[in-house]
Design a protein around this ligand. Structure first.
Ligand code: SAH
Length: 347
């Protein structure tokens, strides 16, 4: 196994057979994480970048089987933030030193392209030194292009799974992996810094699915790769499944760091939900980004993609201090710059 990890570290690639072995073997995690941490330090030192997450709508026209804010969940109070509310989140974030704002939401038709552009342009005018990230799902090429022209420069769209058959088991028939991939291609063509990724341990996922996920990411070469364990939401068709495995998620973060040394890899909220120390463990396994919640405290509970999502209570109003402590306890430090991706160093 040592040889496999060393080879992956050196060449950033391994065969499907070795990948399968690595994904399915527990006892070499320590060694894997040591390699991953060395590579992350080579590229990013101990820096951890921050992205302020603004969850601006929990309305969604989609019905993804795993997601708590899916259309068919009638047991959820829906909300939308106004432009002014979004702007005050940015103001708070800016004061805290955040230089990237991520506007995430369900696919909510209320926010027409025009409305999104208005919001984006205003943030762009007020915060010239910040990155604006959108995470609002699948849109036509034209829409992505107008958002870009209005000032958005990054986009997060996880591919969720790169196995077409698995994709159909996680999504209703009107959604397809092909369309998802096409959106990602379009975003790259337009010039966005793109983030993609997948859930670990989603229902029906196999090791072969995970290998396909990694191979797809090798083709896409995204700037950011976000992964987190699948976590059950009680009001979904997947309510009787098991949560994704924490250790497997950490192992995949380690593998991602070696395959994509340059990448921005967040220690996600889902990791922090799976285990109180999940994000710290994620950082030690190779992650280098955290995404504190900037949404108004009153709405946080309503953006519940999965059960028991952390940082939704009153005590979480000050995510900044809590995260700084967590990051330094893991041996890293939060930095307050825009946090761009580093270029790949040639061997
Ligand atoms: N509508 C946007 C944002 C989706 S929410 C979009 O389509 O991109 C952001 C991410 O949360 C999703 O991409 C998914 O990977 C993750 N997510 C949703 N439900 C989840 C669950 N039950 N457990 C873990 N992660 C989940």
């Amino acid at each position: 196994m040592t040889v496999i990890i060393e080879q992956l570290d050196e060449t950033r690639d391994i065969s499907d057979t070795d990948l399968k072995l690595l994904i399915e073997t527990k006892q070499y995690d320590h060694e894997l994480f040591q390699h991953a941490d060395r590579v992350r330090k080579e590229y990013y030192g101990t820096d951890v970048y921050v992205r302020g997450l603004i969850e601006f709508t929990n309305y969604c026209k989609n019905d993804c089987f795993y997601c708590g804010i899916r259309r068919d969940n009638r047991n959820l109070e829906r909300y939308r933030l106004s432009k002014d509310e979004i702007l005050s989140c940015c103001k708070i974030g800016y004061r805290l030193g955040y230089r990237t704002f991520v506007l995430q939401g369900g696919e909510d038709p209320f926010y027409t392209d025009e409305r999104i552009c208005e919001i984006v342009s205003e943030i762009r005018t007020k915060y010239t030194d910040c990155a604006i990230t959108l995470s609002i799902g699948e849109k036509p090429y034209k829409s992505y292009e107008t958002f870009f022209k209005a000032g958005a420069n990054r986009y997060l769209l996880r591919h969720e799974t790169a196995d077409a058959e698995h994709y159909t088991k996680l999504h209703p028939a009107e959604m397809s992996l092909e369309n998802r991939k096409n959106c990602l291609k379009n975003l790259k063509t337009i010039g966005y810094q793109v983030g993609s990724g997948f859930m670990v341990g989603s229902p029906f996922q196999t090791t072969d699915c995970l290998i396909k996920d990694l191979r797809f990411l090798q083709q896409l070469e995204p700037a950011m790769i976000g992964i987190g364990p699948f976590i059950v939401h009680r009001e979904t068709p997947f309510n009787y499944f098991k949560n994704g495995d924490l250790q497997l998620t950490l192992r995949l973060i380690g593998i991602l760091r070696l395959m994509f040394p340059y990448a921005l890899i967040p220690a996600t909220t889902a990791l922090g939900t799976a285990d109180p120390q999940g994000r710290e463990m994620g950082l030690r396994a190779g992650a280098n980004v955290v995404m504190p919640n900037l949404s108004p405290v009153e709405v946080r509970k309503k953006y519940e993609l999965y059960d028991n999502k952390i940082c939704t209570g009153d005590e979480a109003a000050e995510c900044r201090a809590c995260l700084s402590r967590r990051v330094s306890s893991a041996g890293y430090k939060i930095v307050t710059n825009i946090g761009n991706v580093r270029p790949l160093k040639e061997a």
